[in-house]
Design a protein around this ligand. Structure first.
Ligand code: GLA
Length: 376
């Protein structure tokens, strides 16, 4: 029997009806544009969150997690309303709410995507639950619909105004590929990202600075972009060329201009990066990745000293490109490095962090992995 099924039985006294997993992600490029109709290029990592679920006849949703030592949090299934229940249960329960399910359920979570590391542990949890519920209740929803439901759970039930990237890649990723996602219509193209035979490695540097995106910095940046759209009287930052945007600078205050400038230029960077990947130009690709970091740091202002030090050190020791990923204010950076330099880059970053009296970073190497699936 699945170890999680055994634990489930110990805790709830029955067997799960279904078990599903969903991965976290890294994002190669396309940051803070997934709520602006932009393109993004994330891939799923091999760390997953697994959920075991069974229907019960008590009318209650009982949620537990291995990482919380199995303590059970209970809520009436007929009384789900945004922001109700213990904070950590709002991700799974929010998905049940967003999918319109009104049934007693037992849920056991086993999360292996590091929390607060900018690797989308929340989307992994939401998407594992969405995948399980879709199957358990024969909802027949396609992946874009599941992705939108998971996003609605996070936007409304949790209260974090995220875009659609993390949920989409957690559901739609395929092994060996990055996912080019058009966040306007959720159309996708799988872009091969097979770097090992080229002697390259995608190093993830978790700064161990834990971010809480519900805090306001993320929402505030998003609001600036929405203000730019209103002030320029356009439908979307997607529909304006860089030249046109720059020529209308006098319509925006400086802060709004810089933040929206990040969005407009980042959308172009993603498409340029994909063209370079398709021609195998990893040097050019790396340069664009680094340009994205500079824009996130200086224009969008969501980086932090730890992320900047990780990026600068990786570049100093030979990385082809490096940048912060995800929401920012902490979390992880990526560096595209020659695999033979891996130990050197890690030890230099470690020693720079020590000199700066930052907490020791964690490292891992990321490979494009599969999206969510039912495993039992
Ligand atoms: C977080 C959000 C995503 C996206 C990124 C930044 O991960 O959940 O929707 O906006 O930040 O690209």
């Amino acid at each position: 029997m699945q170890p999680l099924a055994t634990k489930f039985h110990e805790l709830f006294g029955s067997d799960p009806n279904i078990i599903a997993t969903a991965p976290g992600r890294v994002n190669l490029i396309g940051e803070h544009v997934d709520f602006l109709d932009g393109f993004v290029l994330p891939f799923a990592i091999s760390d997953v969150t697994t959920v075991a679920i069974a229907k019960n006849s008590s009318g209650k949703i009982r949620t537990a997690s291995i990482q919380k030592k199995g303590a059970i949090s209970t809520i009436e299934s007929t009384q789900l309303k945004p922001k109700s229940g213990e904070a950590w249960t709002r991700y799974p329960v929010g998905v049940i709410w967003a999918l319109g399910i009104d049934s007693g359920l037992d849920i056991l979570i086993d999360g292996h995507v590091p929390l607060g590391a900018g690797l989308s542990s929340s989307a992994a949890l939401e998407c594992a639950v969405a995948t399980a519920i879709n199957e358990l209740f024969n909802l027949g929803l396609a992946l874009p619909e599941l992705s939108r439901a998971a996003q609605r759970a996070e936007n409304v039930y949790v209260g974090m105004p995220c875009g659609i990237m993390d949920q989409s890649v957690s559901l739609m990723a395929t092994e060996g590929n990055a996912l080019l996602l058009d966040t306007r219509d959720l159309s996708t193209e799988q872009i091969p990202f097979d770097i090992a035979p080229l002697g390259l490695e995608l190093l993830v540097i978790d700064t161990q600075v834990h971010h809480a995106l519900v805090d306001g910095g993320y929402a505030e940046r998003r609001a600036s972009c929405e203000k730019a759209i209103a002030d320029l009287n356009i439908k979307s930052l997607r529909d304006i060329s860089i030249a046109d945007f720059v020529s209308r600078r006098n319509k925006l205050d400086d802060k709004t201009y810089l933040r929206a400038f990040h969005g407009v230029t980042e959308m172009k960077r993603v498409l340029d990066a994909v063209t370079l990947l398709k021609t195998g130009d990893f040097v050019g690709f790396g340069e664009i990745v680094t340009a994205a970091h500079i824009s996130l740091r200086d224009n969008y202002t969501v980086s932090c000293p730890e992320l900047n030090l990780a990026v600068d050190t990786a570049l100093k020791f030979g990385a082809l490109g490096s940048r912060m990923i995800g929401g920012g204010f902490g979390g992880s950076a990526i560096a595209l490095i020659k695999a033979k330099d891996s130990e050197l880059v890690k030890s230099e970053i470690r020693s720079e962090f020590m000199k700066a009296r930052f907490k020791g970073p964690r490292f891992f190497s990321a490979l494009p992995s599969a999206g969510a699936k039912v495993i039992l």
